[in-house]
Design a protein around this ligand. Sequence first.
Ligand code: C2O
Ligand code: CU
Length: 421
Amino acid sequence: LLEFVKTYFELDDVPVRYRPSFFPFLFECEVFNRLPSATTVHWHGVRLPNEMDGVPNLTQAPIEPGQNFTYRFKAHDAGTYWFHSHMRGIEQIDRGLAGSLIVEEDNPPEVHRDITWFLDDWRLIKNGEIVENFGAMHDVSHGGRIGNLSTVNGVFNGQTQIHAGERIRVRLINIANARIFNLSLGQLPFKVIAVDGQGVTPRTQEIILGPGMRIDLIAHVPQDLSGREIAVVDRYRRDAAYRLHKLSVQEPQRSQKTLDNAILPIAPNPITPIDLTRAVRHEVVLTGGMMGSSVLQQMIAEKAIPPEYGSVSLPGPWTLNGRPVAHGMQGPMLSLDRGVTCILSIVNATAWYHPMHLHGYVFDILQRNGRADGTRADTVLLAPKERVDVAFLADNPGDWMFHCHILEHQIGGMMGYIRVK
Ligand code: C2O
Ligand code: CU
């Protein structure tokens, strides 16, 4: 596919994978900008010093064409992360300016095969060229730029070979601008072992990935699937489920190592546990978008959000706490003293889904509509009318972006930053 599309680079060229012999380790990456436009690189999900976070005009000056910039920081955490342009993402990420950043655990769960799948979609015309209407108003005010062709690692309708009897780890990363994936793996039994790079007790859950989100899973390939094919289906839109990819199951390998049966949880990253006793709580209300006003009115009537929101005249397609688009980056939406535990109570008063991402931190998802959760993540997907409480210890100073990872919603106003002093 990528041969026909004007992309910035081929995804297969940049498998960034580390096996540090100790933590923290020094991460260094020199970026040469050979694009026709300025750029920056953001290390999604990685806890790092603010000046290495890659947000243009907030944490660094843009890297101009022909210039370079070195990112250098101590990294503490293992897991599945990714990096991407943070400048004009609606075009630069869409054209493929993103890569996976895999940091292996000290003691990774034993598997025969460790696979990374970059999930993406593309909006193409017949001759295979990208439709260049980045940031089209209709996309911004609806569900974002949804493509007409979905790919795994840049390949349309591709396949991955596995062997019967193997235990495989699959790292899923959704790098699409706007598409949400809900994958089914057919008859392949699996357990989720990590969300956004952070280990969870191996569990059964649906594979739902909003843009920016990651899931690691471990699957046991049953012997009786030998010679068969397993369809990987994206059924996010039930009326339009399609086969995204397939797993072609080969005969068992002769020299296959036997692994212990249990899938052990990954050791947690060194993140200070949250103490909620003196937490400060801040509400973040998402508003705007097509068909948003009826949802907004309903939620005011149900007292889910304050009545003032009924009278905010929306300055742009989307807002956080009613703040105009142009003001989104002109001052912090929230200032926190260093050391404070902060609960963000995020409420989605729109008719659309939003994967909300906080830079530089990993938060605990405390509850979703009153139901306790407990998952650690850096991006959380909110359905229309949902309220989700997330908590983090504000121990890393700087200006940290908080935004919807549907990139068209982000530029449409669903962004801001939190200052930790
Ligand atoms: Cu991956 Cu500001 O985002
Ligand atoms: Cu959004």
